[in-house]
Design a binder for this molecule. Structure first.
Ligand SMILES: Cc1cc2nc3c(=O)[nH]c(=O)nc-3n(C[C@H](O)[C@H](O)[C@H](O)COP(=O)(O)O)c2cc1C
Length: 484
């Protein structure tokens, strides 16, 4: 299963009964949000609105809004297949193969990885139509006003592409863009994100402009790849190629020195000016609250290129779970083997929807020495975007972290608050609303592991209540006799 572009994915979803076409006329102001919100709450399909008032461009939403559709978008039936594949790739790097057969297999795998790196092509459908000068007007997009108090209309599923002004390395991030007028937009890369880092570097270097390209649509793996919390120097497009098992084709932009996925539906080309900030927001955010208006850089449009019959992909966020929960869950699953390289005691991780990724991170560990839960918390707070985790809960290896009911029970019973809760301070997300200072505040680690002599615990720890295997087998065998 591999999709060349968005329309192939749409056809596939349709064939699986996982996409509905809506022919009724709908407004891009709030109405599409309300419809989609009801569909998400019912675990429903992706939606293609073919008749958005005032536009002849169809709009697709909720593409990634279930675990199944998210897995398909990444070319697998179940996301665990990708976790296994990442583990296999890491394994190749960790343990050199022995024996001729294994060596040849590893060589084949490495050649496959090399072949899946981005490939520059001379032309692509995303440039079927090229609009520059006065012809380029972002109001051509049926961008949504998602919630009543939103400050305007937003592009919500953009792949924002920039280069590190020092190293030239590419970054791709999904950062929403508020439409101010036909040619200017807000660039909502939050402080700890790589796009914001590129911007700060270009400001330090005294550059007049930093070029940015924004791709909408494309193959679904690439569309999603901008949400992955990869290390700054790792190219999302390269990783998208590895996940797809095929290189993502890239074309050079028309007015800026950047490349974009050739199969995109739309591309916005332009630049931000270091030092130029403008109020962005409010926006009904994935916290379930509005993020309030704040200053962010301004994106200036130099060109729009698009396919002949383009489709506009979008999403909306709000009180979880929404579509972004499923997108984040895929990252969580795929990143687990990478986390385990640094933290071998880590068994599993769960960022429940209600925790909007960083407010609540639950991990299970195989504890071997005193203070290990605390070591794991600090290590996570030092790892990439995990630095923003507000609460980390550590439980024992046998606890199913995906079962939030079990976790709540273990925390409630195992916790001696004075001993097991650790407070520290550090960076917090731009969207953090409770801390006294923006972007900085208290973090909490909860060690909900069982305690024993290793932890200096002198009392006897009670065993879990579990029925004996013998009685379970007996009851299994006699179940029919009970007439229940
Ligand atoms: C639908 C959606 C919308 C998002 N909007 C934003 C946003 O407006 N600003 C932001 O900084 N991150 C946003 N994110 C999260 C980033 O895409 C994510 O943190 C990603 O890792 C950023 O890429 P980077 O690590 O290369 O900076 C969004 C994610 C999704 C799935």
């Amino acid at each position: 299963m591999r999709f060349k572009d968005l329309r192939e994915f749409i056809s596939f979803l349709e064939s699986k009964g996982e996409l509905r076409r809506i022919k009724a006329s709908v407004s891009r102001e709030l109405e599409i949000t309300e419809i989609t919100d009801r569909v998400i709450a019912a675990g429903g399909p992706a939606l293609m609105f073919e008749n958005v008032d005032g536009y002849d461009i169809p709009l697709v939403i909720n593409l990634f809004g279930s675990h199944q559709r998210m897995a398909w978008a990444l070319g697998v039936d179940h996301i665990d297949e990708l976790t296994d594949r990442v583990r296999q790739i890491i394994g190749m790097a960790q343990t050199p193969p022995t024996g001729i057969v294994n060596k040849l297999r590893t060589l084949g795998e490495l050649a496959g990885l090399a072949r899946s790196q981005p490939k520059t092509v001379r032309s692509g459908p995303c440039q079927d139509v090229v609009l520059t000068g006065d012809e380029a007007d972002v109001n051509m997009l049926p961008a949504l006003k998602c919630w009543p108090l939103d400050g305007g209309r937003y592009i919500t599923l953009p792949l924002v592409i920039s280069r590190d002004p020092d190293s030239g390395r590419r970054n791709v991030g999904i950062y929403r863009m508020q439409i101010y007028d036909g040619r200017t937009m807000g660039m909502h890369w939050q402080s700890h994100k790589v796009g914001a880092r590129h911007y700060r570097i270009s400001e330090e270097k005294g550059q007049e402009r930093m070029e940015v390209a924004v791709a909408l649509g494309g193959d679904p793996t690439t569309m999603w790849s901008g949400s992955m919390p990869l290390p700054p120097d790792m190219d999302e497009i390269g990783v998208a190629g590895v996940i797809r098992g095929e290189a993502v084709e890239m074309v050079r932009c028309k007015t800026v020195d950047l490349e974009v996925p050739a199969q995109s539906e739309f591309v916005l080309e332009g630049y931000v000016v270091p030092g130029e900030l403008r109020s962005e927001g409010p926006f009904g955010d994935h916290t379930g609250y509005y993020s309030l208006a704040e200053d962010y850089p301004v994106f200036h449009l130099t060109a729009i290129t698009h396919r002949k019959d383009p489709i506009y992909p979008t999403t909306f966020v709000g009180r979880p779970p929404k579509e972004d929960y499923f997108m984040g869950k895929a990252s969580e699953r795929i990143m687990l083997p990478a986390l385990q390289m640094t933290l071998p005691e880590l068994v599993d991780i769960n960022m429940p929807a209600e925790g909007i990724f960083l407010n609540l991170v639950i991990v299970s560990i195989k504890k071997e020495y005193a203070g290990q839960a605390s070591k794991v918390m600090h290590a996570l707070w030092g790892l990439g975007l995990m630095m923003l985790a507000k609460t980390i809960v550590v439980v024992d290896h046998y606890v199913d972290v995906q079962n939030v009911s079990e976790v709540a029970w273990r925390v409630a019973t195992n916790l001696d608050p004075g001993r097991d809760i650790l407070f520290t301070e550090g960076p917090l997300d731009d969207l953090e609303q409770a801390s006294a200072r923006p972007r900085y505040g208290t973090k909490m680690g909860i060690d909900a592991t069982a305690k024993g002599p290793m932890d200096g615990f002198q009392r006897e720890w009670p065993p879990d209540i579990v029925m004996s295997d013998e009685i379970r087998r007996l009851v299994d065998g006699k179940w029919g006799d009970y007439g229940i």
